[in-house]
Design a protein around this ligand. Structure first.
Ligand code: CP
Length: 314
């Protein structure tokens, strides 16, 4: 595919190709001990209209590890403040020679919109509460590395499902690879509509603890909520924080994951975040691998569409 807009529209085979490519490229980078030249001469532009630590820096590092040049655009400090539109901004960056644009924006559908206006590849780095495909991929890759396969696993996504693009990308990707997904959180943040998509819905974390192979702990997205939420942060922590006491009632080999940023003491306590079951930092490392794969596959697909020969691309 020329673009990476979401996991809902990808097949199980597409997702497996992305995961396998991530393993190959990151393995090749590690064994070679220096940058690969797979994207030398190409330019990747990071267009971030929302804050980011993990996604932005790992897309940047992934581009460099493949030999590409990068353009780092942040809306703050840019000519957006002078009234330049989102699409004009993106077209301006593309005109500088970008072969791929990585976009994060608060509005759902913005990556898809850009893909209709630009000739280069577009990779979604998070569009509102819609999708965050590379986050879904890095979460799934981490589980696959730890468990070998997704098939038959029960994965609990706990927290603010209503406002979480990470939850959506995880749901689509995990289900396609054969995992059973439970979404768990207060009724104000977890809709029963997910049952129509084959997802189990639970409102009590304590009920699902014994059956989850993986718990992915999402933060409450206060920035996407118009009014202060119910429950309050204190109530949320009491009912849903993964803590040492809940760990004793979870499966002995449960994987503890979080997309980050984590709020210590709200959705996860420090002893769990930093404990032996936590793979949170392995997730961060896998973020670079899946972004290398997304960039490499998308840019190559776009070259193929433009009729560029394999020798030109190498
Ligand atoms: N998980 C995630 O998207 O983190 P950032 O907002 O720091 O990129």
């Amino acid at each position: 595919h020329r673009h990476l807009l979401g996991l809902e529209s990808l097949s199980a085979a597409d997702i497996t190709t992305l995961l396998d490519t991530a393993e190959v490229l990151s393995g090749r980078f590690k064994s070679q001990g220096q940058k690969l030249d797979l994207l030398s001469g190409k330019t990747v532009a990071n267009l971030f209209f929302e804050n980011s630590t993990r996604t932005r820096n790992s897309f940047s590092l992934a581009s460099k590890r493949l030999g590409a040049d990068t353009i780092e655009f942040a809306s703050s400090g840019s000519s957006v403040s002078k009234g330049e539109t989102f699409i004009d901004t993106a077209k301006t960056i593309e005109a500088m020679g970008a072969d791929a644009v990585v976009v994060r924006h608060a509005t759902p559908g913005t990556a898809s919109l850009l893909s209709e206006h630009l000739d280069c590849s577009v990779l979604n780095a998070g569009d509102g509460a819609h999708e965050h495909p590379t986050q879904g991929l890095l979460d799934i890759l981490t589980i696959r590395q730890k468990r070998g396969s997704l098939r038959g696993l029960t994965v609990g996504l706990v927290g603010d499902i209503a406002h979480s693009r990470t939850a959506r990308s995880n749901i689509w990707g995990l289900q396609k690879l054969g995992a059973h997904v439970i979404v768990c959180g207060p009724a104000t943040l977890v809709s029963r509509k997910w049952e129509a998509h084959g997802v189990e819905v639970a409102h009590r974390l304590d009920d699902i603890l014994p059956k989850c192979d993986v718990l992915n702990l999402l933060r409450i997205q206060f920035e996407r909520q118009a009014i202060r939420p119910f429950p309050s942060v204190r109530e949320y922590a009491l009912l849903y924080a993964m803590n040492a006491e809940r760990m004793r009632r979870a499966k002995p080999d449960v994987l503890i994951m979080a997309p980050g940023p984590i709020n210590r003491g709200v959705e996860i306590t420090p002893e769990v975040a930093d404990g032996p079951h936590s793979v949170i930092l392995q997730q961060v490392g896998n973020g670079i691998a899946v972004r290398m794969a997304g960039l490499w596959l998308s840019i190559n697909a776009n070259c193929n569409k433009a009729g560029v020969s394999a020798s030109d691309r190498s």
